[in-house]
Each structure stands twice: as C-alpha cells, then as structure tokens.
Design a protein around this ligand. Structure first.
Ligand code: FMN
Length: 319
C-alpha cells in the first residue's frame, strides 16, 4: 500500500531539527513511503485572533460549514499538505520546556475548535440534516492519520514537551506512533544511537500507515493510562489530580514504590481524547455560547461594553 509521510521541522534552517526530520524521512522512505519535507519557518502563519468565525460564522461549525479559517496566510496550504498525507512527523525544538511559541500559534489554528473531531462531527451532522450537497466539513479531516512527535532540546528543561504534543494530537485524534523527547541534544547528529532511534521512528510511522489495523502506540507509557501523559495538575483541594492532557481526574497512589495515577472508569466518559468526551465539551460550549449571545442582546451588556470601550484607547506604534 502506497503511503505518504510528511515531516515538519520547526528548527533553525538546516539545524539539528531539520537534520533529524530528514533522518526520520529516510527511515520512512526505505520502508517504501513517499516523503515530503516542510520547514515550518518558511511559512507565513499568523496567530489566531479569536474571531471564532470558524465556529459561529457563515461557514462555521454551528452552521454545518467547513469551519475553515478565514485568515489569509499559508494555513490552508499546510492543511492540504497534512490532509493529503497518511502520517506526519513533527520535529520541534524545545523552547521553555515545551513546544515553541510559533507551534502553539499553529496549534490554536490547527488543533482549535475547527479541527476538533467532536466539533467537526457536529458540523457534519448539521450539514447532512440541511440537505445541502455542497459545503460541509472537509471529509479528509475525519481520516485516521498517524503522527510521530520528536522534541529536541539543548538542555534537560523538557518536562512539558510531550504533554504539549499530546494535547495537539488529541484534538484531531491523531494515532500517535512514537513520542520522543531528546534532552542535551545539541550534538544529536553526531550520536549514532539516538540518530538510529530517529531513523527507526521514521520506519515505524511508515509501517503503521501501511498496516493501520495493526497500529500500536510505541512511545513512553507515561503515568496516565488513558493518554500516556506524565503532566499532572494538583487541583484546589490538593487531593484530586487532573491529567493536564486528557482532563480525567483521579488520585496519585503509591504501588510497589511507584507513583500511579488511579481514576474511576467513569472518568473516561468525558476524557478529552474520546469522541463522547469531545461531544460533551461541544454541547457545554454550545450552551455557554447561547447564554453569551443572549446576554449580548441586552441593554445592560451594551451599556457595560460601551463604558469599557470609551474608558481608554490602546497605545500603538505609529505606522
Ligand atoms: C527561545 C529558546 C528557548 C529554549 N528553551 C529550551 C528549553 O527550555 N529546553 C531545552 O532543552 N532547550 C531549549 N532551547 C534550545 C533549543 O531547543 C535548541 O537550540 C534547538 O533544539 C536547536 O535546534 P536547531 O539546531 O534545529 O535550531 C531553547 C532555545 C531557544 C532559542
């Protein structure tokens, strides 16, 4: 079966991230995949400005539309590249312990509401019920696509990297094959063992795409049995712990001298990486948006909004 594997690097031009993205692509190619390489910083990707046209606009989710972003830059080009691939290898430098800011900006637009499988499922449903033939969400958005994440750091400040990638992955329900974080990796290119692991990761994602029914997660098992995260948030009562990635709540217990995350099975019903969990989240958002839309129609809201608007104007540089 012919598959296409794309690698997206966010490092400096021809630096370690680019080199390791190519190393992984060599592995994918020798397994028989067609390959393509994208250097993320070649693209013009503006940040999400929170207009939520993708949700509430004419072509938005709640109108049964495509939810495509209306900002004019290279996002839709990149979306096409990703949608036309079977698997993507994301190779990103570690900045401030996690993904770099430009990847977060991309995440807001590519792993925000308009790419959430729950949102898109609702949009598809609305579109089908409308009886329209044209429009609706892009069918390619629903395809099970594979991802491998590689984080490369210049030190050992890396504890948010895998969680950042995990959160990105669960929105579109990517099937993650490998999740690799390399610390003290400035000279990675010279380290044969770690380079071989990256070549193997390239082979792994190509094999997964060629044989989807035998897909297996090959990354670190982590602490959360549901999503493999190791990043836990201690909630206000300091008794409950929330998995920072999939959002399920439980407690930390010690078993055989090891920390374990224990949670009641019903927590899985609203885990952010499951379709029922996503649908519930969209329904909650829908109710909240409805209440907000009603508040905005009132005189009192207009009075308050006008008062803030008139109070002070933002300073900005002369153009
Ligand atoms: C703004 C900035 C923040 C960084 N923060 C971290 C960090 O928190 N942890 C870490 O291990 N490396 C950090 N680094 C090092 C980069 O991860 C490293 O320079 C990069 O992976 C090198 O890849 P390249 O050769 O592809 O550019 C940081 C680098 C920059 C520029």
């Amino acid at each position: 079966m012919s598959v296409k594997i794309l690698a997206i690097s966010g490092g400096s031009k021809n630096g370690t991230n680019d080199q390791m993205a190519k190393e992984a692509l060599m592995g994918a190619q020798e397994t028989g995949a067609e390959i393509e390489f994208i250097h993320m910083l070649d693209l013009n990707l503006v940040p999400c400005n929170g207009c939520i046209s993708c949700v509430t606009g004419k072509d938005g989710i709640f109108a049964g539309g495509s939810g495509r972003c209306i900002r004019k830059d290279d996002l839709n080009w990149l979306e096409d590249k990703i949608y036309d691939s079977d698997g993507v290898i994301f190779v990103m430098p570690i900045f401030e312990k996690g993904v770099p800011g430009f990847f977060r900006a991309f995440q807001d637009r590519f792993a925000g509401p308009n790419h959430d499988v729950g949102m898109l499922t609702i949009a598809k449903d609305i579109h089908e019920k409308s009886g329209k033939v044209e429009g609706g969400p892009d069918p390619r958005a629903f395809k099970k696509r594979f991802a491998t994440f590689i984080g490369i750091g210049g030190s050992d400040w890396a504890c948010r990297m895998s969680a950042d990638f995990g959160l990105f992955a669960m929105v579109q329900q990517w099937q993650v094959v490998d999740d690799l974080v390399f610390t003290w990796a400035k000279s990675l290119t010279m380290e044969d063992d770690r380079v071989a692991t990256i070549r193997e990761a390239g082979r792994n994602i190509a094999k997964a795409a060629m044989d989807p029914s035998n897909y297996k997660y090959l990354g670190d098992p982590g602490i959360c049995a549901n999503c493999h995260s190791r990043l836990m948030y201690l909630t206000d009562d300091a008794e409950t712990v929330e998995c920072s990635v999939c959002g399920i709540k439980g407690e930390l217990v010690i078993e055989d001298g090891k920390i374990k995350f224990a949670y009641p099975p019903e927590q899985l019903e609203h885990a952010h990486n499951t379709l029922p969990g996503k649908i519930k989240h969209v329904e909650d958002i829908g109710k909240n948006e409805g209440a907000f839309a009603a508040a905005k129609q009132t005189e009192e809201y207009r009075r308050r909004a006008d008062a803030y608007k008139a109070f002070i104007q933002p300073s900005k540089p002369e153009k």
